[in-house]
Design a protein around this ligand. Structure first.
Ligand code: ZN
Length: 275
């Protein structure tokens, strides 16, 4: 079955990397963006999360972002994040490339994280470019004011890539390098719809590497992947990690349904919507 194939590929990989998207964090209660019922189903991203929106109406921007920051402050890494951190600790994964800005890979203990879209741990001053912990934004919003830099009077902006922003060049370059050098790329929780991040698996393929895709919905790269598993990352990734790293108590019952045996078929889309 597919998990066996993924385990076999990762056991022989020498330069494996992971790439993750919003689907890895839905299990932590953070909504994704593009699925039905996702964040962008109810709000127009260009009106609340674009650079134009921030520049034109920072108060409106922060009304939207405040809820995201609140939600994030209550979020904790889930078994998918922990599984990827365990794969890195055991030397199987060299890095995690992520489209997520929630910092949950760091929180789970991953050290080599390439954040393509920035992060919500930090704020950047749009005037002088200084970077501070996001608390500078949080405390201003709690006081009912816009967060302003005391040095230059500029607005603090979450250090994330907004619509119309360019990707941070150093992160993008590091991700391209990692993708080209990877002999296996494990794509998890990404529908691979967002460019340019969606190009990275193609870089791996073009350089002779192989893909493992774990995502609830089909992706445009499924056809070219060595292994495709359409199921919940919070069940599949721990099952893979336990077998690749040899962790887990000997003889412990595997509750995931993905153990070495019994070989029950993966219950497709029976896991409900995590929200
Ligand atoms: Zn400033």
């Amino acid at each position: 079955m597919s998990v066996d194939a993924a385990v076999a590929l990762l056991r022989t990989a020498r330069r494996a990397v992971a790439m993750t998207g919003a689907g890895v964090s839905t299990g932590s209660g953070l909504p994704d963006f593009r699925s039905p019922g996702g964040l962008w189903a109810s709000v127009d991203p260009m009106r609340v999360a674009s650079r134009t929106a921030f520049d034109r109406d920072p108060a409106g921007f922060y009304r939207f972002y405040r809820e995201r920051l609140d939600r994030l402050s209550r979020a904790a890494p889930n078994p998918a994040h922990h599984a990827l951190a365990a794969l890195e600790r055991s030397g199987v994964l060299l890095a995690v490339i992520t489209q997520n800005v929630d910092g949950l890979h760091h929180a789970a203990g991953s050290a080599a994280v390439i954040e393509l879209h920035g992060n919500l741990r930090e704020a950047v001053c749009t005037g002088c470019g200084e970077i501070r912990p996001i608390e500078v934004v949080r405390s201003a919003l709690e006081a009912g004011t816009l967060p302003r830099c005391e040095r230059c009077g500029g607005l603090w902006k979450p250090n994330v890539v907004l619509f119309e922003d360019l990707l941070p060049q150093d992160a993008w370059w590091a991700a391209m390098q990692a993708a080209r050098q990877a002999d296996v790329m494990l794509v998890a929780g990404s529908s691979l719809q967002v460019t340019p991040a969606a190009f990275l698996p193609q870089e791996t393929l073009d350089a002779g590497g192989r893909l493992i895709i774990v995502n609830r919905e089909p992706t445009p790269c499924d056809r070219r992947a060595a292994v495709t598993i359409h199921d919940d990352v919070t069940r599949v990734l721990p099952a893979i990690a336990e077998r690749v790293t040899g962790s887990g108590a000997p003889g412990a019952r595997d509750e995931s349904g993905y153990g070495e045996e019994p070989l029950s078929p993966p219950p497709n889309s029976s896991t409900g919507t995590l929200r």
